[in-house]
Write a protein that binds this ligand. Structure first.
Ligand code: B12
Length: 215
C-alpha cells in the first residue's frame, strides 16, 4: 500500500498535481511511513526523474517550477513529522548554503531538516549565497560544519572558491566543510580539499556525525 502511495506521490510531483501530491503525502504520514522514506524514495526520486524528462525535452521550465513549488508544499507537511522523530538535544551548529549563482535549494533544505532530526542546530544562509557571506558567517557564528550545495556544473567550482576563501581568512582549520548536490562527487570533494561529501541527506547525517565525533 505504501509503495502505491509513494508511486502516487512521485507521479503527482512530476505532473505538479497539487491536490494529489498533498493527499498522497498526508496518507503516507497517516500510515506511519518513515518521513525519510517519503523524502528520499518519493520526493527526491521524483525530482530526479523530472530532471531526466527535462533533459529529454519532455517537460519545460514552467512545469519544473510548478513541481518544485509542490515539492516545497509536500516538504512542509513532512518536516514536522521528521523533526518529531528526531532528538531534542542541542548539538553542534551547521551552516548550510547554496553557493553563488545557484537557486536550487530543495536538496539543501532536506539535508538541513535531516541534520536537525539528528540533533544538530542548523542555520541556513539560503541560496545564491556569495563566497564572502559564507566566510563571514563562519567567522561570526563559528559553526562546527559548513555545508555547501551546488546543482549546476557552472556553480560546483564555487565550492572550491569558498574553501580557498576560508583558507585566506585563516578559518579553514576551524570548520569542517561538507559538499553536496547532484553533480558533486567524492573525487571532487577530495580534489578541492573538502572534509566530507554525501550523495543524499541520510548519508550527509552519517558523515556529519562521524566528522564531529558524535556518531
Ligand atoms: C527542481 C529543479 C530546478 C528548480 C529549482 C527549484 C528550487 N527551489 O530548488 C528551478 C526550476 C528553479 C531550476 C532552475 C534551473 N535549473 Co534546475 N533542476 C531542477 C531538478 C529537476 C531537480 C533538482 C532537485 O531539487 N532535486 C531534488 C533534490 C532533493 O536533490 P538534490 O538537490 O540533488 O539534493 C540531494 C543530494 O544532492 C544531496 N545534497 C544536496 N545538497 C547538499 C549539500 C551537502 C552539504 C550535502 C552533504 C549533500 C547535499 O542531498 C539531497 C537530498 O538527497 C534538476 C535535475 C537533477 N537531476 O538534479 C535540474 C537541474 C539541476 N537544473 C538544471 C538547469 C540547467 C537549470 C537552469 C539553468 C534552467 C534555465 N534554463 O533557467 C536554472 C538555473 C537557475 C539557477 N541559477 O540556479 C540542470 C543542470 C545541468 C548542469 N549541467 O548544470 C539540471 C540537472 C536539469 C537537467 N537535466 O538539465 N531547476
Amino acid at each position: 500500500m505504501s509503495d502505491e502511495l509513494i508511486a502516487a506521490l512521485k507521479a503527482a510531483l512530476i505532473g505538479a498535481k497539487r491536490e494529489a501530491g498533498l493527499e498522497a503525502t498526508q496518507a503516507l504520514l497517516d500510515q506511519g511511513v518513515d518521513p525519510v522514506i517519503i523524502l528520499e524514495e518519493g520526493m527526491a526520486k521524483a525530482m530526479l526523474e523530472l530532471g531526466a524528462m527535462w533533459t529529454r525535452g519532455e517537460v519545460f521550465l514552467p512545469e519544473v517550477v510548478a513541481s518544485a513549488t509542490l515539492f516545497k508544499r509536500c516538504n512542509d507537511l513532512v518536516e514536522p513529522a521528521l523533526l518529531a522523530s528526531g532528538q531534542s538535544k542541542k548539538g553542534a551548529l551547521v551552516l548550510t548554503a547554496t553557493v553563488k549563482g545557484d537557486l536550487h535549494d530543495l536538496g539543501k533544505n532536506m539535508v538541513g531538516a535531516m541534520l536537525k532530526t539528528a540533533g544538530f542546530q542548523v542555520h541556513d544562509l539560503g541560496k545564491d549565497v556569495p563566497v564572502q557571506t559564507i566566510v563571514e558567517a563562519v567567522r561570526d557564528m563559528q559553526p562546527a560544519i559548513v555545508g555547501l550545495s551546488a546543482l549546476l556544473t557552472t556553480t560546483v567550482p564555487v565550492q572550491r572558491e569558498v574553501i580557498k576563501a576560508l583558507v585566506a581568512a585563516d578559518l579553514r582549520d576551524k570548520v569542517i566543510v561538507m559538499v553536496g548536490g547532484a553533480p558533486v562527487t567524492e573525487e571532487w570533494a577530495k580534489e578541492i580539499g573538502a572534509d566530507g561529501f554525501a550523495p543524499d541527506a541520510p548519508e550527509a547525517v552519517r558523515i556529519a556525525l562521524a566528522l564531529t565525533g558524535a556518531a
